[in-house]
Design a protein around this ligand. Structure first.
Ligand code: SF4
Length: 340
């Protein structure tokens, strides 16, 4: 595992395994994922849909629902430096105190996260009341005005009395972010927070999240398939493929010197508006069926550089430079080309 120098961890995940037990078979959704998020940073999990980013983020507070199950590994949360909480050993009651309070989530679709029957003010107030920040909903609604102002909601005094259907997509997402920051979380997990929004609103929401992070000192875990967001907003990123982390590096290093053939292919597939392009690059093949994942390196059926060993054995993680790790046989003695 690679932890940057001076990192004060807030989350540590070791060898996490999550399976889903379906009628079709066991989906090995997360297969040995290891990473550390440092306090105060913006860490990103990036990859195609279905690669396991959201499942990983949900596992951090044991939000995996049946037929899913955490099958192995360790998850530690550090509410403050030196104080370690074993998430997998907490009782459900203890976990509820952390979830929605110290660790909160913002999801892709704000409409699904809001209850259509209650006003925005009530919903923000309810979050605060559930975690003891206010004793009465009335008091919470009063404080919700300030929270809505913090998330740059236009006319917060009016909007606090609005129902979700009266708000635009951007306003709904601001409300959800308001609910997520109401209890002053230490870690905010934003799972594709801008995917359902149009491009200008996307930038506003991302700027807002970063601004809130700067003001409150919270840590941000961003889940996205959008490499543009990674480049612009993240400090470090882990690239996931088929339930595994294949590469992790500081963002600048990842874009300058991508090592894993999957990361390289992803970056090549990003259209360059300044270059003349006759056709868009794509990655041949499709993401594997995780009921019967490919043996060895899960990317091998699509990898142009695969070797014999790739289809036999799982590639080890190799450290290449400061904070840069890659799971690929190319960078081992067996690999030859880039190895050593
Ligand atoms: Fe390609 Fe082999 Fe590296 Fe997998 S381990 S990415 S198949 S070279």
């Amino acid at each position: 595992m690679v932890v940057p120098e001076g990192c004060d961890p807030i989350i540590e995940v070791r060898d996490l395994k999550v399976n889903f037990y379906t009628y079709a078979g066991v989906v090995k959704a997360i297969d040995g994922v290891t990473f550390t998020i440092c306090r105060g940073e913006t860490y990103c999990l990036v990859g195609e849909t279905g690669c396991g980013k959201s499942v990983t983020s949900k596992a951090l507070t044991r939000l995996i629902q049946p037929p899913g199950r955490i099958e192995g590994g360790e998850i530690y949360y550090y509410p403050e430096p030196g104080k370690r909480v074993d998430i997998l050993k907490l009782s459900e009651k203890e976990l509820r105190r952390i979830r929605g309070s110290e660790i909160t989530y913002v999801y892709q679709d704000p409409s699904a996260a809001l209850d259509p029957l209650y006003t925005i003010g009530y919903q923000v107030a309810e979050t605060m009341k559930a975690h003891g920040l206010v004793s009465r909903i009335k008091e919470g609604v009063r404080r919700a005005v300030d929270i809505l102002r913090t998330v740059a909601m236009p006319d917060p005094e009016v909007r606090v009395r609005s129902y979700p259907h009266e708000l635009s997509g951007g306003m709904k997402q601001r409300s959800v972010i308001g609910m997520a920051i109401a209890n002053r979380p230490k870690l905010l997990i934003a799972d594709e927070p801008t995917t359902a929004l149009d491009v200008t609103i996307q930038a506003q929401i991302m700027d807002l999240l970063l601004e809130l992070k700067r003001k409150t000192g919270m840590t941000l875990l961003l889940i996205t398939h959008n490499l543009g967001l990674v480049a612009e907003y993240c400090d470090r990123a882990a690239v996931m493929y088929a339930g595994r982390i294949v590469e992790e590096a500081p963002v600048r290093e990842l874009f300058k010197n991508p090592l894993h053939p999957y990361t390289q292919a992803l970056l090549k597939a990003v259209p360059n508006p300044l270059a003349r392009m006759d056709k868009l690059e794509s990655i041949p093949g499709s993401v594997p069926d995780l009921i019967r994942p490919p043996r060895g390196c899960r990317f091998h059926p699509r990898c142009p550089l695969r070797m014999d060993v790739c289809s036999r054995e799982r590639p080890p993680e190799v450290l290449r430079g400061r904070g840069h790790r890659v799971a690929c046989w190319l960078y081992t003695d067996e690999g030859g080309v880039a190895g050593g």
